[in-house]
Design a protein around this ligand. Structure first.
Ligand SMILES: *Cc1c(COP(=O)(O)O)cnc(C)c1O
Length: 388
């Protein structure tokens, strides 16, 4: 049977294609959502992948989308009447106004100035906007590869400035402060560490309630559940997490009516694959290279995370008669078609690769195409195939 991801007819251009398995996506996300305990809701952070078929697949399954720009609001609207949470570190007046016009009433607010900005736009529209204050917690946190908080970043309000932000939020008539937003980690692989993090959130927010004499109704615990690219058999243990979460949530105050997750990577990474044809194999200064049609301008994730991305080799027997067919038995470094030594997808992989074989990179559904510099060097874009 021909695989639509890797297939190519003799006269076709070399394989260079993203494939998304929408049936697998539907099943994975439905399984995750089904195991959430009461009060917990799963939103999709659409910056991970905002392709229309992905959004249409997810819209009926999740509680809504987390958006971070006017452009994301527009794309989300294309997927139906989905509830939207509006976050992101910079929001212009026009984006706030457009969001209010399409009934985005909850904002994740990143600074005191932004509180004023949203209040003013809401006033002009004669509405009240719901606000969660995004806080950059002081820590300490469980380990993860990228920390958004507990250290200097451009995100959120630091804890020492929180009291004043709370006072400001309460003084603004077109804002309703309903809780807090805490997105502190990225790519966390440990279910136990994630439960520890939520326990830490519970204790911190409970302390703020006392300190500021307020009642939190909504707690957004962000995303950051990870994908193990280095060892595909050792993924985040969701069943263990869901079990621990069910127990943990019973210790949250009863008036916290909503505990929101906004995951990106964990929901969509596995449904995407990136298939590229090997155009050449060579040895240079003692290192074997496989050069593919494609590269980091389509799939920047490995360079952005400085990792070697997992792939499998689909051997292709067809080869034009009369041409030499270079090959390596590895270790081999897989590079793309860009004129920069940084265009590396995988390093020192012990595998046999011949020119003409096709490499399939797995777990390419999140932060793949989405974060890449597509037009650098003006090569053609890959095909995008949505199956199921
Ligand atoms: C990127 C982002 C997310 C999603 O993060 P993942 O690691 O993909 O789960 C959630 N919330 C905020 C505020 C983000 O910036």
């Amino acid at each position: 049977m021909t695989d639509p991801l890797t297939h190519r007819a003799p006269d076709d251009d070399p394989v260079c294609r993203y494939g998304y398995d929408l049936a697998a996506l539907r099943k994975h996300v439905a399984d995750v959502v089904a195991t959430l305990p009461e009060r917990c809701r799963m939103f999709y952070a659409m910056k991970a992948n905002s392709a229309a078929p992905i959004l249409r697949t997810l819209a009926p399954l999740v509680a809504g989308f987390e958006v971070a720009s006017g452009g994301e609001v527009a794309k989300a609207r294309g997927a139906g009447d989905v509830p939207l949470l509006f976050g992101g570190p910079v929001k212009a007046d026009r984006e706030i106004a457009d969001a209010l016009r399409v009934n985005v009433t909850r904002f994740h607010v990143e600074s005191p100035l932004e509180l004023h900005r949203i209040n003013a736009v809401a006033a002009a529209h004669g509405v009240t906007a719901e606000a969660l204050l995004r806080v950059n917690l002081a820590g300490p946190f469980p380990t993860a590869t990228v920390a958004m908080a507990g250290r200097p970043t451009q995100f959120g309000i630091e804890e020492p400035a929180l009291a004043e932000a709370v006072t400001t939020a309460r003084s603004l008539p077109h804002l309703r402060l309903t809780g807090f937003h805490l997105h502190s980690l990225s790519n966390n692989l440990s279910a136990d560490a994630h439960l520890d993090l939520l326990r830490f959130y519970r204790d911190t927010v409970t302390r703020w309630e006392d300190e500021f004499d307020l009642r939190c109704a909504v707690l957004n615990v962000g995303g950051g559940i990870g994908v193990n690219y280095a060892d595909l058999d050792a993924q985040f243990d969701w069943p263990r997490f869901a079990e621990g979460l069910a127990e943990l949530v019973t210790t949250f105050p009863a008036h916290w009516r909503e505990i929101d997750f906004e995951c990106g990577r964990y929901l969509v990474a596995a449904c995407g694959r990136y298939a590229v044809e090997v155009m050449d194999v060579k040895r240079n200064h003692g290192v074997d290279y496989a050069l593919v049609r494609g590269g980091t301008h389509h799939f920047r994730l490995p360079v952005s995370w400085q990792h070697s991305h997992p792939f499998t080799v689909v051997p292709v027997e067809a080869w034009p008669p009369g041409l030499p067919r270079p090959a390596t038995n590895g270790p081999v470094t897989v590079v793309g078609e860009l004129c920069t030594p940084k265009d590396v997808l995988a390093r020192d992989v012990p595998v046999r690769i011949r020119a003409g074989d096709v490499l399939v990179f797995s777990h390419a559904g999140a932060y793949g195409w989405e974060i890449s510099h597509h037009d650098f060097l003006s090569h053609p874009h890959p095909e995008h195939v949505f199956l199921g």
